[in-house]
Design a protein around this ligand. Structure first.
Ligand code: ADP
Length: 246
């Protein structure tokens, strides 16, 4: 990563030309892999993710079995080639373990786990190119992969980030709330929030924050993600329809 930029937003325009409420370009493909029960490929700008689902299937190791519901296990991994430079070593680290845990919990709350007692539903999230907001894009892709695998869910999961970035407005210093953090914004920004929520039930299942926001800024962010979240949900449905209708 280069040096800290003087500004991340100038008169309402971010470094990559987006306005505060703009997401990066999105692409979602359902059924991307042949060898999984369900899968999805997702691009959000240059963050690129593959999600794959196996199950419901037998639980290994056996002692992990839950007798009244399915065990939803998510494994998040950033490929060794997903970042520039060589900071990322292959294999699990503390960060990917944490993301796997919170993602497992978020996905468990959307799946009707009680329909498949004594089984495992395994979700793999592989970040093949990382340009920030990977955990949220991983969850959006995982929810398409679960639907593609035919696993009954209460709702889809739509996940996205927002944050606060510094810059200038009319030549004066300004702090601005914006959606979908990219790498410079995540690195140098003042705060970032990862959210996952069910678009129809309007229930949040993940909220993580780095940095500081006032109540008002947090509320502005929640308001700001509403429209892009609907757009993401629409793309998820289109991807699934495309796969099943051809
Ligand atoms: P998220 O990807 O969900 O925003 P973080 O805020 O932890 O999660 O990470 C922000 C970004 O920092 C990642 O998307 C990735 O681009 C970069 N990053 C994280 N960990 C590493 C690492 N070990 N090596 C190189 N880049 C990393």
């Amino acid at each position: 990563m280069g040096d800290k930029p003087e500004t991340l937003i100038t008169d309402g325009v971010r470094l990559d030309g987006r306005k505060p409420k703009d997401m990066r370009a999105l692409k979602i493909v359902a059924g991307f892999l042949e060898n999984a029960d369900g899968s999805c490929y997702l691009e959000c700008g240059s963050t690129k993710v593959v999600a794959a689902v196996y199950g419901p299937r037998q639980v290994h190791p056996r002692h992990a079995t839950l007798f009244d519901r399915a065990l939803v296990r998510c494994k998040y991994d950033m490929a060794a080639f997903s970042t520039d430079g060589n900071r990322k070593r292959p294999g699990p680290d503390r960060r990917s373990r944490e993301i796997s845990k919170v993602s497992s919990e978020a996905l468990s709350s959307v799946v009707f786990t009680e329909a498949y007692p004594r089984t495992a539903i395994d979700v793999f999230i592989e970040i093949i190119q990382a340009d920030a907001s990977t955990r949220v894009n991983g969850l959006t892709a995982a929810s398409v992969a679960l639907a593609d695998a035919g696993i009954p869910m209460r709702d889809m999961l739509v996940a996205l980030s927002f944050g606060k970035i510094y810059g200038t407005q009319d030549g004066k210093p300004a702090e601005v709330v914006a959606v979908d953090m990219d790498k410079p914004e995540d690195n140098w920004g003042l705060a970032d929030v990862a959210l996952a929520y069910m678009p129809n039930l309007e229930r949040f299942v993940l909220c993580q924050m780095d940095g500081r926001l006032t109540h008002d800024e947090f509320r502005d962010g929640l308001e700001m993600i509403k429209k892009p979240a609907q757009e993401l949900y629409k793309l998820q449905k289109e991807a699934l329809r495309k796969k099943y209708k051809g």
